[in-house]
Design a protein around this ligand. Structure first.
Ligand SMILES: O=C(CO)COP(=O)(O)O
Length: 249
């Protein structure tokens, strides 16, 4: 089953005007392999500038969006507004949103449904915390997070699932290829049993958590790891190595 390899670069709350300029030049100079889709996710305030100056073959993503089109929701941004700027993607359900900003599974599911209905593609994040992994609850947690999304959407064509174990995010403690692959297989089986075989076969499941220029090759050799969502390393020159993980195949 061929699923186009997907590399997302999540800047989180990093960057400034000078960085935007240099990073856009850096990405524009990076040759994107034909078998790879690349999407970068700067903070909201830089989206317009990034989209205007970045080469078109690279997608741009927001890091969040709300469940409504417009209205009295101070501080929020709608998928309609993202679409207005030509922003193709949004990251939803990131563990930092779930943890720090107390976003529930249901709220994430509603946001995914609204973004897709608006025509904005979604990188939907799931992942367990360390204590949940240690209590053997990994599958229960990621299935519950996925269920809240699956209950609210019909068409998975424009969804990428990002498996991001919380204990591996920003810690330098990357999941082993085997650990990641096990969860990716479980997620794919869940899609097969709860959505459809077609969705299970075609939906890209990417891994996030301390991916860098050194470990990306090994992780990518697992059959169910269809790409990466990269945090810290996407801000560094090694991002071009990650983008080119599959360049020599
Ligand atoms: O959260 C992540 C991407 O969304 C991963 O972050 P790090 O790559 O910094 O661990």
């Amino acid at each position: 089953m061929s699923r186009k390899f997907f590399i997302g670069g999540n800047w989180k709350m990093n960057g400034d005007v000078a960085f935007v300029k240099s990073h856009v030049n850096f990405i524009n100079d990076t040759e994107i392999p034909a078998n790879t889709e690349v999407v970068i996710a700067p903070p909201y305030i830089y989206l317009d500038s990034v989209r205007k100056h970045l080469k078109k073959e690279v997608g741009v993503s927001a890091q969040n969006s709300y469940t409504k089109s417009s209205g009295a929701y101070t501080g929020e941004i709608s998928p309609e507004q993202l679409k207005d700027l030509g922003i193709e993607w949004v990251i939803l359900g990131h563990s930092e949103r779930r943890e720090i900003f107390k976003e529930s599974d249901e709220f994430v599911g509603e946001k995914v449904a609204h973004a897709l209905a608006t025509g904005v593609k979604v990188i939907a994040c799931v992942g367990e915390k360390l204590e949940e992994r240690e209590a053997n609850l990994t599958e229960e947690v990621v299935f519950r997070q996925l269920r809240a999304i699956a209950d609210r959407i019909k068409d998975w064509t424009h969804v990428v699932i990002a498996y991001e174990p919380v204990w591996a995010i920003g810690t330098g403690k990357v999941a082993t290829p085997t650990q990641a692959q096990q969860v990716h297989i479980a997620l794919r089986d869940w899609l097969r049993n709860n959505v459809s075989a077609h969705v299970a076969d075609h939906t890209r499941i990417i891994y996030g958590g301390s991916v860098n220029g050194k470990n990306c090759r090994d992780l990518s050799s697992e059959g169910d790891i269809d790409g990466f969502l990269v945090g810290g390393a996407c801000l560094k020159p090694e991002f071009s190595d990650i983008v080119r993980t599959k360049a020599h195949l």
